[in-house]
Write a protein that binds this ligand. Structure first.
Ligand code: E4P
Length: 218
């Protein structure tokens, strides 16, 4: 399973990239607004830090606008993945941009049929939003399960399922269990994945016992 981080904060991305466990980055207009910096500069900087796909979302909502903006974003770096919304115009733009050789992430996916359309449009990634479905009392993980079944029924569909809107470490585990190809994870959740109280207690004990031996490895 690939791990992407869901943020536009370059300092945080640098820190997480140093773990060697980061496969890509996703941003969206809300995350860009949060950092309050120039969008294209931020995307360029992220692409220099992380060699994997970096999702940059178009602002236009019409086909022509999305294609034009997508081409500009793709020109920033080779690893830019153009993000378009799951609308008819977005799907058309996806088809055009992937035919030109660009990576495309179709975002704001809330149903299995939408995911099927994204795959038929040749999307590199489809982003089902788990947390936002949970927020309205639905089961976000069930959507990932359904998409996995559908894509597995049709091996010619090569779109990767990018589990998005992840809110908890449990979401990450469940997304991995139901076969999401990628999880895009907020930094705090990514950092929390390593934590377990028994790991901390065990390590403290081992360090204390090692000191008793009086030995050194180096
Ligand atoms: C990622 O591509 C999405 O934009 C993001 O995961 C949305 O998360 P949110 O529902 O927490 O805003």
């Amino acid at each position: 399973m690939k791990f992407f981080v869901d943020t536009a904060d370059v300092a945080v991305i640098k820190e997480l990239a140093a773990t060697g466990l980061l496969d890509g980055v996703t941003t969206n207009p809300s995350l860009v607004a949060k950092v309050g910096r120039d969008f294209k500069t931020v995307i360029r900087e992220i692409c220099e830090v992380v060699p994997g796909p970096v999702s940059a979302e178009v602002a236009a909502t019409d086909y022509e606008g999305m294609v034009a903006e997508g081409r500009v974003l793709a020109g920033i770096a080779k690893n830019v993945c153009i993000k378009v919304p799951l609308t008819w115009d977005g799907l058309r733009a996806c088809r055009t941009l992937t035919a030109e050789g660009h990576m495309v992430n179709v975002t704001l996916c809330f149903s299995a049929n939408q995911a099927l359309l994204a795959a038929k449009a040749g999307a590199t990634f489809v982003s089902p939003f788990i947390g936002r479905l949970d927020d309205i009392g639905l089961d976000g993980m069930e959507l990932i399960r359904e998409i996995r079944v559908i894509y597995d029924n049709y091996p010619e569909l090569t779109t990767e399922i990018l589990a998005a809107s992840i809110r908890t470490v449990n979401h990450v585990k469940q997304a991995a269990m139901v076969g999401a190809d990628v999880a895009t994870i907020p930094p705090a959740v990514l950092q929390a994945l390593v934590k377990h109280p028994l790991t901390d207690i065990g390590l403290r004990q081992f360090v204390a016992d090692w000191e008793k031996t009086g030995q050194k490895i180096l």
